[in-house]
Design a protein. Sequence first.
Length: 238
Amino acid sequence: MAGITDGDFCRGLLNYGFDMVTLGGYNADKTTINAGREILARGRPEFDIEEEELVNYLEDQALLIKDHDSWDGLVSVNLRSITPEPIVEISKIKSVDVVEINAHCRQKEITDLGCGQALLQDHSYLENFTKEVVQKAKSQVSVKIRANVAGVDELTIVKAIEHAAADYVHVDAMKPGFNHADYDIIKSISQETSLFLIGNNSIRNLESAREMLAAGADGISIARAAMSGRLSFDLSQI
Ligand SMILES: Cc1cc2nc3c(=O)[nH]c(=O)nc-3n(C[C@H](O)[C@H](O)[C@H](O)COP(=O)(O)O)c2cc1C
């Protein structure tokens, strides 16, 4: 969650059974950083880190998590960028295990740049972008997408991400008008891909976590239910 999930925040959640935590989203180049400042100016949380400071900053944030004595999970960083290069640079940080390409953000300042969710509008572009990150990255690569975006076929997008040889596809299975995830989308994606599928949206207890896994997700992710910095359930009980 932009502006919220820094190293300190993630560290506070390590005892709830997570085997991966995600820093960010962060804006990784000057253009997205400026867009982030516009978002911040209208009152939405954003991290505002200078481009030149981002690698050192993220290394510190990831180390804060890795320093935890009894946790040996993975640290991922969710990133918005116009080009693959800044994401590749961040993948070289030793304490970062996964870089996640944000093809999910729907804030207008970001989509106007062709970033975030706008990447879903052109599956070939997304495939090439992801391929370049995968080929040059020193870490694993995830792509975060949003389901049920008008004019976007999720299966075509997932195939593009698979062709690019990413390690994970992270799907926010948002179902407009409902307070639960679109499990049918997770089911159809899981049947079409061998990528590790992280299912996301409206997981707020063990029951909804189990439902996401039963639909075919290989793993789950949680945002709003952990936003207070605490979780009301323990994922190791799944
Ligand atoms: C305040 C806030 C900030 C968010 N920032 C990001 C972000 O930077 N990158 C991203 O991929 N998703 C972001 N999300 C989306 C969440 O990661 C998640 O996909 C979405 O909230 C649905 O999952 P949930 O029902 O568990 O909250 C954000 C969500 C919230 C509420």
